[in-house]
Design a protein around this ligand. Structure first.
Ligand SMILES: [Zn+2]
Length: 134
């Protein structure tokens, strides 16, 4: 279920009451779930993955691949749904990915690893997304 734009929370306190503590930590505080613990690491079900916070469709299941990194990985996002932000935490430059609509943290994107022909890995926390089976 997708929230209308006028239903989106305006403050972090409003997000906090809508999300579980784990969801809030990852989505709104850019946390990371422990590898291999997320519910979608090995999921092959056909469908679409929506933003757990606002419901926006972010990733199609046919872009999901086995990266063996411990988090769900997608080699493409639905165009315009994911925004990229330079992240200099942890002493390295990485590219954070967020939901383009509600600005919630999803994970990071990496290029040049050679996993798939698109050569891109959107490394996403399971708790940031929700699968809607087709
Ligand atoms: Zn969102």
């Amino acid at each position: 279920m997708s929230l209308d734009d006028n239903e989106l929370p305006q403050t972090e306190d409003e997000w906090r009451v809508r999300l579980t503590p784990e969801e809030f930590h990852v989505l709104r505080e850019a946390g990371t779930e422990r590898p291999w613990t997320g519910e979608y690491v090995d999921t092959k079900t056909a469908g679409v993955y929506n933003c757990r916070a606002c419901g926006l469709e972010l990733f199609a299941s046919d872009t999901k691949f086995d990266s063996h990194c411990g988090w769900p990985s997608f080699d493409d996002a639905i165009p315009g749904r994911v925004k990229e932000i330079e992240d200099r935490s942890l002493g390295a430059v990485r590219t954070e990915i967020r939901c383009a609509r509600c600005d919630s943290h999803l994970g990071h994107v990496f290029h040049g690893e050679g996993f798939t022909p698109k050569d891109t890995r959107h490394c996403v926390n399971s708790v940031s997304i929700r699968l809607e089976p087709r």
